[in-house]
Design a protein around this ligand. Structure first.
Ligand code: ARG
Length: 757
């Protein structure tokens, strides 16, 4: 246990020792026969500090960055730490959210760079039978040929971040009922958002919770609605290595693409219209003449979605023994179902293929987290840490509240988990079918519309309408009834196998008697009835229903709508039960986290929550579990060796020809003598960071984060700097492909680069 406390302290002392680094190597002339690393060390007094620096992890909030000033200075970072605390100042003002992915402005004309895998929807939407953009990629010949990325695509530009903790938490303790407390928190958040958006068209505001409800922030975003596809490389460049290389290293993906942000002539966000003009961002990232080298300082800014580091040992165990194994089991089965469906050919095969990629990505992610948890001492360390925390808290009267909070959190969670099997079956059935979840959404939407706007549930308000309607337009691109039915059937089968008490909802759903066993024949009969008679997959039908009234909806003959109306009371009942739990935890967790912060005695980063974060570290390789050491860069000349000619290792001829020519122009660093493709850095990222700019110490763009290594997946739970790596696409590869392969000359010039190849 004592060892544990030391380990915890060590994590923060790594930061401290780096911070105390100062000037370590004297600035003298390099030896004549010195290696490049030695030369660099003598030229740069901070090299040693960077070599010693081990990222302790942390997706830092901008407001925390000034606290990193000493560490950043010791690493030789030119950028003042304070400039990383302001979202309206360069370089952060260039970093934007795409809602699920990150991107950055790279020209004064609203040009935005992100990952290739983040623009798949736009490519799909614009594909025609004659020209499959998903496969062939796209390069707009001129500005007026740029394609709409779709009515639901957004670019969110952060304008301001303010602390609203007091406004949300004020006298919450006076409310003793959990549900009431939840409702009050929700109401306060809605009020803050409404006040922030009032009379400000084009502004979207969002309240986010940090440290389990200890701190709340309000972020104001400019919401750009006219987003256009400018350029995406060929799929076999952008997604080279496909799913085989996903979460893997070495890697050779050119995972980049470009959008452009458009606004109305008045400079305000507007719906897509030909007369709209490019948006002029506050700042844009520039590309340095020299890219990064091993050992260089880099940082990443972006919108990571979710991590689970601040959690109790019981939560970690629960995830490792219940949640993840079940997720994995279901994902395996879905993969098998999809593989079957792919054999059918046609539209179903294409949709099943796309779905399978997503399922596989998630499957590998959770398998990776589980492997990490199982094959390390993470669980034991967590338990030891919690034990040490408990002893620390018990040792002093003033700290006993923290211990009480921890044990109250524990028993509350145990209560929540008692309903696991039952909850899981219901949620899985509802979520498995897009038609069923759409029907439930429609039923809820129509019901909420009856209330005054301010009283509606978040997500069902006026402010959500354009996004909700926009999403309907892209439904057809994702939906396939064979896939939909196969998933629903599987979840119904799983639910049917539960003890009768845990699957009561199935009985009316399948039109069965309470006492009977539910067999496949009954399930298939119910499915026939649902799918043969529903018209919900038609966009016009859904749009009409969304705009209808509860009365009209009750008259609907659509079997999915009927089923949705039947299930809605249960949906709401479970929602309210969970809200009560959340309200109860809202008074316990912050106290526990406050104690944890004191116990750890240092800076702590909050878990990711889709808000703007910064992680910094260095470009470096790693050693995998088998003891293989990897260099931090891959190069273009490695591609032909990897290329079997078979998907996903089937680079387009034009790429292979350009590589064979070995004309690298200014894009190859002298040390490599060839264009780098991807690189590794010990940066702390997660899903949502895709497309995030990786910057050097001056805030210049050197790469695009697009993945992480398998060994690092468990970092979503416990960050392990020694083997967690971000995988980024080197900006020099982007430029070289643009120049040597795709001839994207006008775009290169817009990026400030003169094409030469
Ligand atoms: N694994 C990445 C993530 O989930 C996505 C990588 C996309 N590329 C791919 N081949 N699936 O964040």
């Amino acid at each position: 246990m004592a060892r544990m406390t030391i380990r915890v302290l060590l994590v923060s002392s790594v930061v401290l020792s780096a911070a105390c680094g100062g000037s370590l190597a004297a600035t003298t002339a390099p030896e004549p026969n010195a290696t490049p690393a030695q030369v660099a060390a003598t030229l740069d007094p901070h090299t040693e500090a960077r070599t010693r620096f081990q990222n302790p992890g942390g997706m830092w909030m901008p407001r925390q960055m000034p606290e990193h000033a000493d560490t950043l200075a010791s690493l030789g970072v030119a950028l003042p730490a304070a400039s990383l605390s302001d979202p309206t100042q360069a370089p952060l003002s260039a970093v934007v959210s795409l809602g699920g992915c990150t991107a950055s402005f790279v020209s004064p004309e609203g040009l935005v760079v992100t990952n290739h895998h983040c623009v798949q929807g736009a490519l799909q939407l614009n594909s025609t039978p004659e020209n499959n953009l998903v496969e062939n990629g796209f390069l707009a010949a001129s500005r007026d040929k740029e394609l709409p990325a779709g009515p639901a695509q957004r670019i969110y530009v952060a304008q301001k971040i303010s602390d609203v903790t007091a406004a949300v938490r004020h006298e919450l303790e006076a409310i003793t009922d959990g549900l009431q407390r939840f409702n009050e928190i929700e109401k306060r958040q809605k009020d803050l958002v409404a006040a922030c958006e009032k009379d400000r068209p084009g502004i979207k505001c969002q309240v986010s919770s940090f440290f389990k409800g200890s701190e709340f922030q309000l972020t104001e975003y400019l919401e750009i609605r006219d987003v256009r596809l400018v350029y995406a490389p060929h799929r076999r460049i952008g997604n080279y290595g496909g799913e085989i290389d996903n979460w893997a290293w070495p890697r050779h993906s050119g995972d980049y693409s470009f959008y452009r942000a458009y606004v109305g002539k008045d400079g305000l966000p507007a719906d897509h219209a030909p007369e709209n003009v490019p948006f002029h961002p506050r700042s844009h990232l520039t590309i340095p003449a020299q890219g990064v080298a091993p050992g260089d300082f880099v940082f990443v800014a972006g919108y990571p979605g979710a991590t689970h580091r601040i959690q109790t040992a019981a939560e970690m165990t629960h995830a490792a023994t219940w949640m993840h194994p079940r997720y994995i089991e279901k994902a395996h089965k879905k993969m098998a179902l999809l593989a079957e469906l792919e054999k059918q050919g046609g539209e179903t095969a294409i949709k099943a293929g796309v779905t399978r990629q997503g399922v596989q990505n998630g499957l590998e992610k959770y398998q990776g987290i589980l492997d990490g948890l199982k094959n390390s001492d993470m669980l034991q360390s967590k338990q030891a840490e919690e034990q040490a925390f408990s002893e620390w808290a018990a040792a002093e009267k003033t700290r006993e509240q923290y211990l009480a909070a921890l044990s109250a959190v524990r028993s509350k969670l145990a209560e929540v988990w008692a309903a696991d099997a039952k909850d899981e079956a219901f949620h899985d059935v509802v979520a498995s079918s897009q038609l069923l979840s759409q029907a439930i959404f429609i039923a809820r939407w129509v019901e909420e519309q009856q209330k005054p706007d301010a009283q509606r549930k978040p997500g069902y308000q006026q402010r959500d309408e354009s996004r909700v309607l926009g999403t309907q337009k892209s439904f057809a691109k994702r939906f396939d009834r064979n896939v939909d039915r196969a998933f629903l059937r599987y979840m119904l089968q799983r639910a049917a196998a539960l003890p009768a008490a845990d699957r009561a909802f199935l009985v009316p759903m399948l039109g069965a008697q309470r006492s009977t066993t539910l067999d496949d024949a009954q399930i298939d009969k119910a499915l026939d009835q649902l799918y043969q008679n529903s018209t919900l997959e038609q966009e016009a039908v859904r749009l009409t229903l969304l705009k209808s009234t509860p009365k009209a909806l009750a008259r609907s003959k659509d079997p999915f709508i009927k089923l949705a109306l039947q299930l809605t009371p249960t949906v709401k009942q479970l929602e309210q039960r969970d809200e009560r739990y959340m309200g109860e935890l809202a008074s316990l967790s912050p106290t526990y986290v406050q104690g944890l912060l004191m116990f750890k005695g240092g800076m702590m980063a909050p878990d990711a929550n889709s808000t703007l974060r910064i992680s910094y570290g260095t470009v470096r390789g790693y050693q995998n579990a088998k003891g293989v050491t990897y260099e931090p860069f891959t190069t273009a000349t490695q591609i032909p060796g990897k290329n079997t000619g078979e998907s996903p290792f089937d680079a387009p001829k034009k790429l292979l020809e350009a590589i064979a020519k070995k004309e690298w122009g200014p894009y190859a660093p002298a040390a490599l003598g060839v264009v780098p493709v991807d690189f590794l850095a010990d940066l702390d990222i997660t899903g949502g960071n895709s497309g995030s700019p990786v910057m050097n110490g001056k805030g210049e763009l050197v790469g695009l984060a697009f993945d992480g290594n398998y060994e690092g997946l468990a970092s979503d739970v416990v960050f392990r700097g020694e083997n967690t790596r971000t995988i980024a696409c080197d900006i020099r590869y982007v430029l070289w492909v643009m120049d040597a392969v795709d001839g994207a000359d006008a775009l290169l010039r817009e990026l400030g680069v003169e094409p030469v190849l």
